[in-house]
Ligand binder design. Sequence first.
Ligand code: SAH
Length: 355
Amino acid sequence: MQDIKELNLKTLEDKLLSWGSPKYHARGIFNWIYQKGVYEFSQMSNLPISLRGLLAKEYLILSLHLADTQKSSDGTTKFLFELADKNLVEAVNIPMVKRASTGKTANRLHSTTGCISSQAGCKFGCSFCASGQKGFKRNLSAGEILDEVLYLKNNTSIGNLTHIVFMGTGEPLDNYDHLLKAIRIINSPDAFNVGARRITISTCGIIPGIKKLAQEDLQVELSISLHAAVDKLRNQLMPVNNKYPLATLIKCCQEYITKTNRQITFEYILIKGVNADAVAAGNLVKLLKDLRLAKVNLIPANCVAESKIFPPDDAQIDYFKQYLIKSGLNVTLRRERGQDIDAACGQLRLKYEKI
Ligand code: SAH
């Protein structure tokens, strides 16, 4: 059986034509799958019964199974999925509430961000991250990435799935072709219709992938997981830095910004006793100060039992943030969501696999 989500609108239309069916049914099928969230062809009530039969014989819609789920008191819900070959991946729904003023009344807008995995396991072995602790299993197919999105969309507890971040397990730019194929369907008005600016790719700094992305006609958001501003420390925290060291990474980011005119967000986990003092803040300013359109997103480290890392105290976090702001950097501070449910990368899978 093939995954129908591997087909884009055009290839599905071609398939229908080869069966002697009108190609306009392709849009209808996309609508049933991606907008109505139907998992069975038999439920596609406006398609001819014979076509539903042909589709069901050759294709499946959803190929993963839910293995476990955890819901946080803040509404964040984490899903652990088992793939057809028994590999496990995680995805997380993170609800957001925004205030929107319409005239005199203030409405609360509810929406959800889906955090998606791009690989089963991870080969990059960052010391603070739970995802790589069991090593790399394999790339996800585009259909499997879309499975996660489909499942999250159908299981948001509040509002619609409006944003997608590739910050789950794995390195998205190490699975480039499948990632881009999935993103085009996430972005397609006939499918999930999530605007490109609401889709974020987060990378540990895979330079060839960033260069390729700069050439695409897609306005997706790019985040770089930085976490250290000098090679010595970054080599320790993120072994990928040995291959793509800071000077070449920052040069590549500058070229990306020049080519796309788009901002890059630099993610910086604050880890107590490691990268959160005044010297580290100074190094970060030095590294990024000449980069046009850069933003720093500070994230107090999420404790991962196996790697014994801790966030600094609030006063130190605030000092670090103010230091960057006073030096002219554009800074945000993100509080980790779902801390009571092992929502940091790979933690649910790790727990499950240990049992
Ligand atoms: N491989 C990609 C995407 C997966 S990680 C990347 O490196 O960006 C998604 C984000 O979660 C990254 O910024 C990563 O550094 C961060 N992360 C991993 N472990 C964490 C922890 N223990 N606490 C806080 N953030 C963590």
